[in-house]
Design a protein around this ligand. Sequence first.
Ligand code: HEM
Length: 450
Amino acid sequence: MAHVEHPGPVVHAPAAPGRIPLLGHALPLWRQPIAFLESLREHGDIVRLDIGTWPVHVLTSPDHVHAVLVRQAQQFGRGRIFDRLRPMFGNGIVTTDGEFHRKQRRMVQPAFHRDHIAEYAEVMCRAAEAMCASWTAGREVSMLNETRRYALSSVADMTFSGGLSGAAIAEVHRSLPIVLQGMLLRVVMPKSLDRLPIPPHRRFDTAAARLRRIIDQAIAQCGVEQEDRHDLLSLLLSSVDAETGAKMSPEQVRDEVIAIMFAGTETPATTLAWIFHELGRHPDVEKRLHEEVDAVVGQRPVRPADLPRLTYANNVFQEALRLHSPLLFTRRALEPLTLGGVSIPAGAELAYSPYALHRDPALFRDPTTFDPDRWREDGDEQPRAHRYIPFGAGQHKCIGDSFAVAEILTAVATVASRWKLVPAPGVTVRELPAGIPQPSELPMIPVSRH
Ligand code: HEM
């Protein structure tokens, strides 16, 4: 069993093969990042990677990941990816750590309470209905665009209601995709190049400023309106810290809203896209899903109360998320320590990859096979908690996991109750590297089920 010990004799982590001076492992990471990250497990439980001159210790064993995220979490801070995000997104729970993060998390958590998720789910049901109603039988749709629009609507609608909501929601649809796209470039580029006056930077800065402005306006509006609103914005503005009795400043609420929008859009959109891709490739799975949805929902609109009864749909979701998980998150050692016999100096960066863990043949039977039945109550994956961490673990575990489950099951069930989605002929869907690897394209043809 791995655990974090106090420092002993210095033992270095083995370096991944293929390192060259100055560039480190930048070339294989650039050419085939996903395959390269997956290959690291062959070289040890902790493997050193050099991204240029930036060394990262990649954890390939679930026990070490659990030690860093949960058992010894207080010895680790957020790490470089999050440092690069902070100037853009401010001090929301996504980018901060330590006492400040714990306080903010306590205040944001109530907005993700079960009762609120049920309220948001009502809105998701309407958004999923609208998506299905916009399709025409036989006319190809890009399921990448459709799932992005649906995820943007889910997050924007849960955030705003009241007077300004139309303008704010439209601004989220306009600006957030630009911000999400530009962000990846900022994370991988050196900080010194942030101010380069190139078009992607200008587009990013303008979109981020517009997003901040509309959220600030909505916050100001909340202050003058007397309505009893149940959106994320008003929940955060009225949230009181149980320990100190303090409320958040309007600026802090804005940072939290941006953090949640940033963390909560691309991941569910991409997961949903992969689900439709896998269903299109596995007609047997699709047929069983249709049978379940017909029995639970029939032809009426999906209701939030249906979601817990969609057990097979939930297995399909878990399995798609296993195969298509987020690629990499970082942490930073706050003090010198030893992990599994390897010395980690203070300030060293560590990283874990849910994607690589979930495809490890030592952890999952036939890991590249899409098999929702492995998640059945009597299936072989149920007890393996530390190995399946699509939402992370510990104090930074995804705050939106229940929101994501509701959002995804609502869309899957609504679509399944109306449409069968057939992959467009002659298209090979490839996996593109990103924070959560994306389908290269996903054209599908809706065929009416009724
Ligand atoms: C399938 C969908 C999703 C996946 C796979 C996912 C995955 C994750 C993971 C792995 C982390 C932890 C990162 C780390 O260890 O550093 C995380 C954090 C987070 N997620 Fe999600 N997420 C999803 C959906 C959402 C949604 C829908 C929201 C909000 C509406 C959301 C909001 C957040 C926030 C705010 C954090 C930071 C939590 C903290 O540091 O305290 N996520 N997510």
